[in-house]
Design a protein around this ligand. Structure first.
Ligand code: NAP
Ligand code: HSE
Length: 433
């Protein structure tokens, strides 16, 4: 049986899960793969800290050279998170001849080309299945299983923390702040949770998937993004009344030779597959020209689902499978170059619009007139009764549009917000489908 030495950088939420799988399920993994995965070193900031997993103290170190310089380590696993120190550590590990596995989407989204290039030149693997959608093997699905296809669209729920918060707000009426705290306690959130709720984490993941799917360089800066951090609980309720759930959707779509890229809270119809994705689960819908529609579903965050993907990568790397995939992809991305990103003047769809408007004669007419001037056709209108009982009290007015150009919709919103009878800012959310 082949023994593979593993060096671990990080023993937090995911690192502890990986250590547990290696220590507690090593025999099963060995029977299944023919590989004995041996945990040789673990690098943390504080070697004295108490951990959820018990390790012999001789394994713990506080400097990456303990892994880089250990000739018994073949595969190094970066689970520190963050960008600067993790980047330097991975470069040091590659230069020292180690294959590398990482779950660090922030790092790959920012420095992926440099790291892949360095690994490529050194003939080492850089595997990253756990970086997107936790336990769902979406990286290998897009880069291997669907390799025969022209990918037409990748769309899904890629941030477990946001989906956990939205589910709690919609189903139990929990406050945003309380649901976020709970997601942190459960180990779903990033160490800086603003990355989860402002859409950045989903954009990091979408940048990775779009590169794999479309074979072109996409950075996080190319992705129009909006998170759930400014979402009003009232919109979750009104969307529910209209038969929709609000989900943080990440979408990369080919449209007439350009790519539409966005992360945004989006209304999806109740009982549609994405509306049914609850808690920290993720789902990714991939459409290919040959395969048609596919849907991948599973736990997108948390200790053991992510550890499952990391250990799968260690096995693939040791068997030589991860290196081949990544070299093929590097060539593919090189060949396709930079995509044309679709500007907002060309993006179109249906929109949910909410205004806080004075309840007096003619106000609805003024709003409808401005929408008409921007060529936005109304599909439905709901006006709730005012809480204050006098003419002119502000009332929420929810309008669903037909298909419209996004730039025109935002222009109309600006004009409507200038009306004396409307309390800005009004809300505009995309409606899926
Ligand atoms: P975490 O709980 O904060 O753990 C980070 C670990 O890395 C800690 O053990 C910490 O040491 C160590 N560390 C960080 N910086 C270090 C440095 N400069 N030198 C030495 N040790 C350092 O993070 P996590 O949730 O496990 O996430 C790890 C990575 O997985 C991140 O890239 C994250 O984006 C990714 N990921 C996480 C999830 C999830 O559900 N949590 C899912 C998919 C991907 P101390 O313990 O001594 O402080
Ligand atoms: N913080 C991330 C999330 C972890 O909530 O989805 C998984 O990448």
């Amino acid at each position: 049986m082949q023994t593979v030495g593993v060096g671990l950088l990080g023993l937090g939420t995911v690192g502890s899960g990986v250590a547990r799988l290696l220590l507690e399920h090593g025999d099963r993994i060995a029977r299944r793969t023919g590989l004995r995965l041996e945990l040789r070193r673990v690098v943390v900031r504080d070697v004295r800290k108490e951990r959820g997993v018990v390790l012999p103290s001789r394994l713990l170190a506080s400097d990456v050279s303990a892994v880089a310089q250990d000739p018994g380590v073949q595969v190094a696993v970066e689970l520190w998170g963050g960008v600067g120190p993790a980047r330097r550590a991975i470069l040091e590990l590659i230069d020292a001849g180690k294959d590398v596995v990482t779950a660090n989407k922030a790092l790959l989204a920012e420095h992926g080309p440099e790291l892949f290039d360095r690994a490529h030149r050194a003939g080492r693997a850089l595997a990253f299945e756990a970086a997107v959608a936790g336990g769902i093997p979406i990286i290998s699905a897009i880069s291997q299983g669907l390799a025969a296809n022209q990918i037409l669209s990748i769309s899904g729920i890629l941030n477990g923390t946001s989906n956990y918060i939205l589910t709690a707000m919609a189903e139990t009426g929990e406050t945003y702040a309380a649901a976020l705290r709970r997601a942190q306690e459960l180990g779903y959130a990033e160490s800086d949770p603003s990355l989860d709720v402002d859409g950045t984490d989903a954009a990091h993941k979408l940048a990775i998937l779009a590169q794999l799917g479309f074979g072109c360089r996409v950075t996080t800066a190319d992705i129009a993004r909006q998170g759930i951090d400014r979402l009003d609980a009232a919109d979750v309720r009104y969307a529910g009344e209209l038969g929709y759930a609000i989900k943080l959707l990440a979408t990369a779509k080919l449209c007439d030779g350009s790519v539409e890229l966005r992360v945004a809270p989006t209304l999806v119809r109740h009982r549609s597959p994405l509306a049914e994705v609850r808690g920290a689960y993720n789902a990714v819908q991939v459409i290919g020209d040959a395969v048609g529609d596919t849907l991948f579903y599973g736990r997108g965050a948390g200790q053991m689902p992510t550890a499952s993907a990391v250990v799968g990568d260690i096995i693939d790397t040791a068997l030589g499978r991860a290196g081949i995939t990544f070299r093929t992809l590097a060539n593919w991305i090189e060949a396709q170059g930079t995509p044309r990103i679709q500007p907002s003047s060309e993006v179109h769809g249906r929109y949910y619009l909410r205004f806080l408007a004075e309840d007096r004669p003619g106000v609805l007419g003024q709003i409808a007139r401005i929408l008409g001037e921007h060529r936005i056709s109304i599909s439905s209108v709901i006006q709730h009764e005012a809480e204050e009982d006098h003419e002119g009290a502000p009332v929420p007015l929810v309008i669903m549009s037909h298909n419209a150009i996004e730039a025109a919709t935002l222009g109309a919103l600006c004009d409507i917000d200038r009306l004396g009878s409307v309390r800005p800012p009004s809300v505009c959310l995309r409606v899926e489908g």
